[in-house]
Design a protein around this ligand. Structure first.
Ligand SMILES: C=C1C[C@]23C[C@@]1(O)CC[C@H]2[C@@]12CCC[C@@](C)(C(=O)O1)[C@H]2[C@@H]3C(=O)O
Ligand SMILES: O=C(O)CCC(=O)C(=O)O
Ligand SMILES: [Fe+2]
Length: 358
């Protein structure tokens, strides 16, 4: 039985000040601990130069006959794209948004009953990456790995079973979609299931596992100085993100700076994560992204963070490697990578990069 995602940080505690989680609604002014400057995040103010060109991540129709190539192109240039005609029922997207709003609308004391522990993955609290920054982020999160039953019972003593059903159905749909997207992207590189040993040996998605991250960015008195979720890449193969109708997600491109991803009703955002970057031998970019906040509207997002079972070693696909295209990374399991990321954050990829012998 492979180690589960739930256990990944056992023995790797991260101290996060959950108990100081503020009641955001009561703050009329932005406390100093939430005021970010370029010193707190080197890319904080990275503006496009020349200013905003109007370019944005592509919106891809999954029913389009050329969808695989469009996805491949987006993975190489942006590391992110939006999708329409993805097959996830609109009603389910509405249900997960309702659940997320209802969770974060609970009183702080109730939410803290399901607080994430220092060595745990699941539960309520600030995002794990908070430990790498001096300033606090204007957001709260809830992470689900495995069954949410125990946590949900504490949050909603009456309604927890209905909410568990929604999560189960959502994860089921997301799993199928994530796998479809990965194979479409790989197809654009001439890679099929037979070329990826662990996938061809384990049919029926038995090789996959995931976490669901619910995010809430409350209305903020001084949004220009605050940060919802600091710049990061995801440690996943792929992340599928649902955002409500409030903008806030931004992706970074070296040549464009921060680009806001506009919410398109009914569509989903897809991010290439670090493991897919490794698998593609660096051809696909793992996208640097962050979430900003605003003064008038609260924002909700739901990230489905998808990766392989913990015993599967991810390394560049042999078909993408040759005597001239050497493997850029050594092999790594998701668990090993998450632990490296928990210690080294944005240096994690370079820690597993192969260095060319001169
Ligand atoms: C599987 C995971 C990816 C994640 C760490 C985690 O164990 C569960 C939460 C995930 C999340 C969501 C918010 C952003 C992020 C960087 C974080 O702090 O927690 C990601 C982690 C990741 O992708 O590295
Ligand atoms: O809220 C968003 O748009 C981004 C969330 C995110 O990046 C994450 O949960 O990993
Ligand atoms: Fe993310």
């Amino acid at each position: 039985m492979p180690a589960m995602l739930t256990d990944v940080f056992r023995g790797h505690p991260i101290h996060l000040p959950h108990s100081h989680q503020p009641d955001f609604t009561s703050l009329r002014e932005l406390p100093d601990s939430y005021k970010w400057t370029p010193k707190d995040d080197l890319l904080f103010a990275a503006a496009p130069s020349p200013p905003a060109t109007g370019e944005n991540i592509p919106l891809i129709d999954l029913d389009h006959p050329d969808a695989a190539n469009q996805i491949g192109h987006a993975c190489r240039t942006w590391g992110a794209f939006q999708i329409a005609n993805h097959g996830v029922p609109l009603g389910l997207l509405q249900d997960i948004e309702f659940l997320t709003g209802s969770l974060f609308g609970l009183p702080v004391q109730r939410k803290l009953k399901a607080a994430r522990s220092e060595t745990g993955v699941s539960g309520y609290g600030v995002a794990r990456i908070a430990s790498f920054f001096n300033k606090k982020m204007w957001s709260e999160g809830f992470t689900i790995t495995g069954s949410p039953l125990n946590d949900f019972r504490k949050l909603w003593p009456q309604l927890h079973l209905n909410y568990c059903d929604i999560v189960e159905e959502y994860e089921e749909q997301m799993k199928k979609l994530a796998s479809k997207l990965m194979w479409l992207a790989l197809k654009s590189l001439g890679v099929s299931e037979e070329d990826v040993e662990w996938a061809s040996l384990n049919s029926d998605l038995n090789w996959a596992q995931a976490a669901l991250q619910l995010n809430h960015y409350p209305v903020c008195p001084e949004p220009d100085r605050a940060m919802g979720l600091a710049a990061h890449t995801d440690s996943t193969l792929l992340t599928i993100l649902y955002q409500n109708n409030t903008a806030g997600l931004q992706v970074f491109r070296d040549d464009l700076g921060w680009v806001t991803v506009p919410p398109v009703p009914g569509s989903l955002v897809v991010n290439v994560g670090d493991l897919f970057h490794i698998l593609s031998n660096g051809l696909f970019k793992s996208v640097l992204h962050r979430a900003r906040v605003n003064q008038t509207r609260a924002r909700l997002s739901v990230a489905f963070l998808w990766g392989p079972q913990s015993d599967i070693k991810i390394s560049p696909v042999p078909k993408l490697v040759s005597p001239v295209e050497l493997p850029l990374y050594r092999s790594v399991t998701w668990t090993e990578y998450l632990r490296t990321k928990a210690t080294h954050f944005n240096k994690a990829l370079s820690m597993i990069r192969n260095h060319r012998e001169e």
